[in-house]
Write a protein that binds this ligand. Structure first.
Ligand code: BES
Ligand code: MN
Ligand code: ZN
Length: 497
């Protein structure tokens, strides 16, 4: 989609469609009122006759409105003005774009971006508008033999701002929004691909191609390199699969040479059958999304490169497939991790932590400023927090605060869970330094406790995205989260310098 920013009167726009909002009940927003004045009460007349109430989710398309230069005017219902907040703003933009895409015009001029949203500035409204547009128009049809094309698809959108003094901030927000949206689509494409295509090798190839395209450094470690490093915990997950494991490292060195990097680690289980601790058949297909953490950190690197963020940022992805088989790891097997700590693998389905722990030890060599890992780690997180917020656990409260704020700012929210020492007991093993499971209580926390034993040398935070990375059911597919949270965190870091 081609985007632009503008400030000007709605009646004067020469465009296929001008989009303005109507609050419930029958209250015109400011730009709608301007149109109404130019049209000598044409709109208010329609409302009075009951053609539009302004209910959220409703639309009314008008052709050849007198006094307006545009070919069409689209009225979008906004719901009650007092209840118009972030969620309602996003829904209004989505509704407008869905409708525009179904009308005949190639372009549209949207005034909804002028609507006030409490505590949110023009930059927020523009960034969110770009993300919502791209989200609404996203299709994953690579694997369909026939694609259903839109007859006259929307090509150009203009977002309007009230004052000319807002133009500069809006333009910057537009660029940021486009970079974030582009990362999100990249993540979705990777995560939506099935396990037979998106293998560890495929992920490594895609990461290399993306790095090359954006001028990033990339390094891929193969199985023998991982063996030499002593990553036997990671390798124990991979060993039941015919797909070779890959360890992917991508670097964006946008900061001064001597500044410590921010390291992002993403769980890259390209398919999680559970291994010998086999998962039940119901919805097992969704375990193709178990590389969402990996996809999100690679996608964030893409966004970061597009925005040329002046920081040193490194993404690390341990990529494996978790399969049962004659050579697979058995429950009860004991392995030694790269850190030297030994692990009794009591459940082969708790594999995410087994690959992450070696990656978390590996990244010590970068002497990181901080490390954030992202993983579809526990079903328990879905039970605790549902599909609304990601779980956040950290060994540093400052870092946790920054990530919570970034989640709020990007509307890709997270919620912190405690990492109290008391939970560590649940990981006790009679035979090794620790077990890889902590029993039913507080499953998300004990998973993080496991990871915390490998992150003692740096500030670290963990995002459990099991409930937020993808949707099930009719709308099944990757959400692109937490790319907005991660990019906002990095933008805030860059601006704080
Ligand atoms: N990938 C799963 C977690 C998951 C479950 C993500 C459901 C999304 C939806 C992870 O590898 C896993 O299987 N975790 C186990 C851990 C348990 C064996 C301690 C779980 O959550 O059941
Ligand atoms: Mn698992
Ligand atoms: Zn998993």
């Amino acid at each position: 989609m081609e985007f632009s920013i503008k400030s000007g009167s709605p009646e004067k726009q020469r465009t296929a469609c001008v989009v303005v909002g109507v609050f419930e009940s029958r209250k015109l927003s400011l730009p709608a009122e301007l149109l109404d004045n130019a049209a000598r009460g044409y709109l208010s007349d329609l409302l009075r006759r009951g053609d539009m109430e302004g209910k959220a989710g409703s639309t009314l398309l008008l052709l050849k409105v007198p006094g307006a230069e545009a070919e069409r005017i689209l009225l979008v219902g906004l719901g009650k003005e007092r209840e118009f907040r972030e969620k309602e703003y996003r829904a209004a933009i989505a509704n407008a774009v869905r409708t525009l895409n179904e009308t005949g015009g190639f372009d549209g001029t949207i005034y909804l971006t002028e609507l006030p949203v409490k505590k949110r500035d023009v930059a927020w409204r523009i960034r969110q508008a770009v993300l919502v547009v791209e989200e609404t128009l996203y299709r994953f049809d690579q694997m369909k033999s026939k694609k259903d094309d839109v007859r006259r698809p929307l090509r150009k959108l203009t977002f309007c701002v009230e004052r000319r003094t807002e133009l500069a901030a809006a333009e910057l927000a537009l660029t940021e929004g486009q970079a974030i949206a582009s990362g999100m689509s990249y993540m979705k494409d990777l995560a939506n691909l099935p396990g037979n295509i998106c293998t560890p090798t495929y992920l490594a190839e895609q990461a290399s191609a993306m790095a090359k395209e954006h001028g990033l450094q990339v390094e891929i470690l193969d199985r023998s390199a991982m063996e030499k490093l002593g990553m036997h915990s990671l390798l124990a997950v991979s060993i039941g699969s015919h797909q070779p494991p890959q360890f992917i490292i991508v670097k964006h060195l946008g900061g001064k040479a001597d500044t410590k990097p921010i390291v992002l680690v993403g769980k890259g289980v390209t398919f999680d059958t559970g291994g010998i601790s086999l998962k039940p058949a119901h919805e097992m297909d969704e375990m193709k999304f178990d590389m969402s953490g990996a996809a999100s950190v690679l996608a964030t690197m893409k966004s970061v490169a597009m925005m040329k963020i002046p920081l040193n940022i490194i993404a690390v992805v341990p990529a494996v497939e978790n399969m049962p088989g004659g050579g697979a790891t058995r429950p009860g097997d004991i392995v030694s991790s790269m850190s030297g700590q030994t692990v009794e693998i009591l459940n082969t389905d708790a594999e995410g932590r087994l690959i992450l722990c070696d990656a978390l030890t590996y990244v010590e060599r970068f002497e990181p400023d901080c490390v954030i890992d992202v993983a579809t780690l526990t079903g328990a997180c879905v039970i605790a927090l549902g599909h609304v917020v990601s779980g956040l656990l950290a060994n540093d409260d400052g870092l946790a605060r920054e990530l919570l704020d970034a989640g709020n700012d990007s509307w890709d929210r997270a919620w912190q869970l405690p990492l109290f020492d008391d939970y560590q007991e649940q990981l006790k093993s009679n035979f090794a330094d620790m077990g890889n499971i902590g029993g039913r209580p507080a499953g998300t926390i004990t998973a993080a406790c496991f990871l915390s034993r490998f992150t003692k040398k740096y500030d670290w935070a963990h995002l459990d995205i099991a409930g937020t990375a993808y949707r099930s059911g009719k709308e099944k597919g990757s959400t692109g989260r937490p790319v907005p949270l991660l990019t906002h965190f990095l933008l805030a870091r860059a601006n704080a310098k």
